[in-house]
Design a binder for this molecule. Structure first.
Ligand code: NOJ
Length: 562
């Protein structure tokens, strides 16, 4: 991959089961996406990332794959996929696939074979271990390590038949593949080439920084009050990660142009990300880091912390500075694992929802990096008014609730307070297309309810309203195409100690942009000199600010020649 067209691009993430249902079964599908390609083309995005559409028992909504080279029947078939791909290409949009190869489904034939006997030729394709020394296999505490799984409970599942345990960092239906085994790696590369040959334009790589494990599998640190330990030191950025990614690049991507690769890397540091994304090292084009979405999370997972803007700026400023010379940032507020940003870092009340959604978009899209828009973000969609645990469908919410309430003595209410604000189902309620019952998402019963606010917040109304969040996002995306400093300019953070204003400049050649976002519901003055008479490029409110005094949730972009 020699070109870096993706520096000037915007990616749109589709979570297929919640995007659009064409056949009334309550579940989104490929034909539903095809029907809405014009919405995406009008928005102006360049790349579509599809969350997994492969055959799957849907234990983790498709992140548990039982066949890497086909389409989940709920979503369609390969012929429909090809139609979607050509429909996107015809509109000038590329498609990248979700690559989920840290683990497969336990129903994948590889795992079925692996678990069939200790002598299976595929035994070593997964992580099998005996019980802890001197302990009865299957007895409480006999798991090979003390690690907890991301979704609650132990990360080891005991298999009665062969008397051993297998590792699953996520659900027990997501056994971890053993990347130490070269045959596993070759099988994955084969599959990736097969999709590229079919015409897809790259991959978003699920938890790809967990594929290399410390093979000694050491116990993790146990935090006070937790039933299980954090084992991540043994598998985040493991010893062979760079080697595996470089091998993958050689085997799969070398000699192919026009592709995009983005590695999802929870816990990745700036220094590691530079190594992963430096084009001379041939690993991935960009990574998803998590620091800026963990800023409202303290040491106690069941306590909400308010956003501290100075911290958010310190984090994103560090990433901007770190990847200024080599490597490249991805920029996101939202995805299918995060609550809606307007409810999280903005204000989703009727008075401020539209302004704060636009302000958040402005700040994000004007950073240096490739912005990602998650379905519905372009409408300012909000969190859902969840009630009790029975309202949630997400395996993470259900598993963590069980562990916290049953094993760790938390009250249901303290856990629910956090799940309502942060739970992943907030992102997964159906896309709001119009004001009809079920928001135009389905004619049947949606698998997760549509947010009742679809009567006010929906794509149809916003496409008809030039002042909508949708048209504002369209203008932001367009600005990236018309103003070279947006994609190419360098980045300087201003006012790092201000708790209300997020301000920075971007500079390329003789052009400088000033971007300011007011992250508060009160008026705020930016003490920045030298911008009198500068050209106002964009603001999210009717009135331009006077003397850099921004109204609540206002955003501005100015341009000057330097
Ligand atoms: C990260 C994905 O984004 C998330 O949705 C999934 O549950 C885990 N990886 C496991 O695949």
């Amino acid at each position: 991959m020699t070109d870096s067209w993706w520096k000037k691009s915007v990616v749109y993430q589709i979570y297929p089961r919640s995007f659009a249902d064409s056949d009334g079964d309550g579940m989104g599908d490929l034909r539903g996406i095809i029907a809405h390609l014009d919405h995406l083309a009008e928005l102006g995005v360049d790349v579509l990332w599809l969350s997994p559409v492969y055959p799957s028992p849907q234990d983790d909504n498709g992140y548990d794959i039982s066949d890497y080279q086909d389409i989940e029947p709920l979503f369609g078939d390969l012929a429909t996929f090809d139609e979607l791909l050509s429909g996107a290409h015809a509109r000038g949009m590329k498609i990248i696939m979700d690559l989920v190869v840290n683990h497969s489904s336990d129903e994948h034939p590889w795992f079925v074979e692996s678990r069939s006997s200790k002598d299976s030729p595929k035994r070593d394709w997964y992580w099998w271990r005996p019980a802890r020394d001197g302990m009865q296999p299957g007895a409480p505490g006999a798991e090979p390590t003390n690690w907890g799984s991301v979704f609650g409970g132990s990360s080891w599942e005991f298999d009665e038949k062969t008397g051993e345990y297998y590792l699953h960092l996520f659900s027990r239906k997501q056994p971890d593949l053993n990347w130490e085994n070269p045959a596993v790696r070759q099988a994955v590369y084969d599959m990736m080439r097969w999709w590229l040959d079919r015409g897809v334009d790259g991959f978003r790589m699920d938890v790809i920084n967990m594929i290399s494990k410390d093979v000694s599998l050491p116990d993790g640190r146990l935090n006070a009050g937790s039933a299980y330990a954090d084992g991540s030191a043994a598998f985040i950025g493991g010893p062979r990660l760079h080697e595996f990614l470089q091998e993958m690049h050689r085997e799969v991507f070398e000699g192919r142009d026009g592709l995009l690769t983005v590695g999802e890397m929870p816990g990745v540091t700036v220094d590691e990300a530079i190594l992963h994304t430096d084009p001379d090292r041939h690993e991935v084009d960009m990574v998803f880091q998590f620091d800026h979405v963990w800023v409202d999370r303290g040491p106690d997972p069941w306590r909400l912390l308010p956003l501290q803007l100075t911290q958010l700026k310190a984090i994103l400023g560090r990433w901007q500075a770190g990847l200024a010379e080599a490597g490249w940032n991805s920029l996101y507020w939202n995805n299918h694992d995060q609550p809606r940003v307007v409810s999280r870092y903005g204000d989703d009340s009727p008075a401020h929802r539209v302004a704060s959604a636009k302000m958040l978009g402005t700040v994000l899209h004007l950073h240096r990096g490739t912005p990602y828009v998650y379905q519905g973000e372009e409408l300012g969609m909000t969190n859902y008014p969840f009630g009790g645990i029975g309202d949630f469908r997400d395996i993470e919410a259900l598993g963590q609730y069980r562990q916290a309430v049953e094993l760790e003595g938390r009250t249901p209410e303290e856990v629910l307070t956090v799940l309502r604000a942060r739970g992943r189902d907030n992102a997964r309620t159906p896309m709001q297309w119009d004001d009809s019952p079920n928001g135009g998402f389905t004619t049947g019963t949606p698998w997760l309810p549509v947010n009742p606010n679809h009567r006010e917040i929906n794509a149809k109304a916003q496409r008809a309203d030039p002042d909508s969040v949708f048209h504002y996002y369209r203008r932001l995306i367009e600005l990236r195409k018309t103003e070279p400093a947006v994609a190419g300019g360098d980045f300087t953070m201003l006012l790092p100690d201000d708790e209300r204003l997020y301000a920075f400049t971007r500079r390329l050649g003789g052009t400088e942009l000033l971007v300011i976002g007011n992250f508060s519901g009160v008026e705020a003055h930016a003490p920045i000199d030298g911008w009198d008479g500068a050209e106002l490029v964009l603001t999210n409110l009717d009135e331009a600010p006077k003397d850099l005094t921004l109204a609540p949730w206002q955003a501005v972009i100015y341009r000057r020649s330097v």
